[in-house]
Write a protein that binds this ligand. Structure first.
Ligand SMILES: NC(=O)c1ccc[n+]([C@@H]2O[C@H](COP(=O)([O-])OP(=O)(O)OC[C@H]3O[C@@H](n4cnc5c(N)ncnc54)[C@H](OP(=O)(O)O)[C@@H]3O)[C@@H](O)[C@H]2O)c1
Length: 255
C-alpha cells in the first residue's frame, strides 16, 4: 500500500465497532498506525476488540455510545478525545436492518430505523465536525450507506429510505464542510456476511440472487479495505460527497 493510503498517527473513531464492518475498520486502522476509539452499545465486545488490537501492537480505547442519543455521543467523543486528542477520521458506521414488508412496518419500527441509521449518522458527523472546526483541523468522515441507498429491494423500504437519506446527507455535509478541510464520503456496500446479514444469507433466495449478480458472489471482508482507506486517507484528498458502491456490480444489475 502506498504512503497516500497512510493513516498512521491519525486519531480515528469507528461507530458500530462491536461487530461486522466496524470491527474490520477498527482493525485495519489500528494495524496501519491510527489510534482508534471504538464505539457501540455492547462494551464487552469493544473491550475484547481493544485487547486484540493491543496484542497486535496497536492502540485503541473503548467507549460506550448509543448513536440515537446526542448526549451519549458527546460523552463518547469527550472520552475518546481525553484518551487520544481530537478525532479527525470517523467511520460513521453503526446501523440496523429490519426486513419486513411495507404494510407491516409500524411507527415504532420506522422511528427506530430512522433514529439509528439516519439521525445517528447525522449526530455523529455533526459532533465530529464541530470538534474538528473548534480545534482548527480538517479530517475525513466515512459514512456507511448501502447499495440500498441507490436501489430498492422487497421488504427493505425503511432501510432503503434511511440509506438513501444517508447518501444525500453525505453530499450535503460534504458541500458545507469541504471549505473547512473536512471531507465527507460514503461507502455503499452490497452483500457482505456479517451478523446483520447472516440470517438473510442463509436463505435460498439470497443465494440465488447472489449467484445471478454480476460478480456472482458476496463480498469478502478484505474487499472493503481498499475502498474504505481510499475515502478515509489522504489518497482521497480530492474526494468530496462520493457515494462509492462496493458491491460486485449489484448496483448495475442487468434488466
Ligand atoms: N453487511 C452488509 O452486507 C451491509 C451492506 C450494506 C450496508 N451495511 C451497513 O454497514 C453498517 C454495519 O453493519 P454490519 O453489516 O457490520 O452489521 P452488524 O454486524 O449487525 O453491526 C452493526 C453495528 O452497529 C451497531 N449499532 C446498532 N445500533 C446502534 C446504536 N443505537 N448505537 C450504537 N451502535 C449501534 C452495533 O453495535 P451495538 O449493538 O453493540 O450497539 C454493531 O456494532 C450498517 O450501517 C449497515 O447498514 C451492511
Amino acid at each position: 500500500m502506498t504512503t497516500e493510503f497512510d493513516v498512521s498517527g491519525k486519531v480515528a473513531m469507528v461507530t458500530g465497532a462491536s461487530s461486522g464492518f466496524g470491527v474490520h475498520f477498527a482493525k485495519i486502522l489500528a494495524a496501519r498506525g491510527a489510534r482508534v476509539v471504538v464505539a457501540a452499545r455492547r462494551v464487552d465486545r469493544l473491550e475484547a476488540l481493544v485487547a486484540e488490537i493491543k496484542a497486535l501492537g496497536g492502540d485503541a480505547v473503548a467507549v460506550a455510545m448509543d448513536v440515537t442519543s446526542s448526549e451519549s455521543i458527546a460523552t463518547a467523543f469527550d472520552q475518546g478525545e481525553a484518551a487520544f486528542g481530537t478525532i479527525t477520521l470517523v467511520a460513521n458506521n453503526a446501523g440496523v436492518a429490519d426486513v419486513r414488508s411495507a404494510l407491516k412496518i409500524d411507527e415504532s419500527s420506522w422511528d427506530a430505523m430512522i433514529d439509528t441509521n439516519l439521525k445517528g449518522v447525522w449526530l455523529v458527523a455533526q459532533q465530529a465536525a464541530k470538534r474538528m472546526i473548534e480545534a482548527g483541523v480538517g479530517g475525513a468522515i466515512v459514512n456507511t450507506a448501502s447499495i440500498l441507498g441507490l436501489r430498492v429491494s422487497f421488504g427493505q423500504s425503511s432501510y432503503s429510505a434511511s440509506k438513501a437519506a444517508v447518501v444525500q446527507l453525505t453530499k450535503s455535509l460534504a458541500l458545507e464542510w469541504a471549505g473547512k478541510g473536512i471531507r465527507v464520503n460514503a461507502l455503499c456496500p452490497g452483500y457482505f456476511l456479517t451478523e446483520m446479514t447472516e440470517a438473510v444469507f442463509a436463505s435460498p433466495e439470497s443465494q440465488s440472487y447472489l449467484t445471478s449478480s454480476p460478480a456472482r458472489r458476496a463480498g469478502a471482508m478484505d474487499e472493503i479495505t481498499g475502498p474504505f482507506l481510499l475515502l478515509a486517507s489522504d489518497a482521497g484528498s480530492y474526494l468530496h460527497g462520493v457515494a462509492l458502491p462496493v458491491d460486485g456490480g449489484q448496483s448495475i444489475g442487468n434488466m
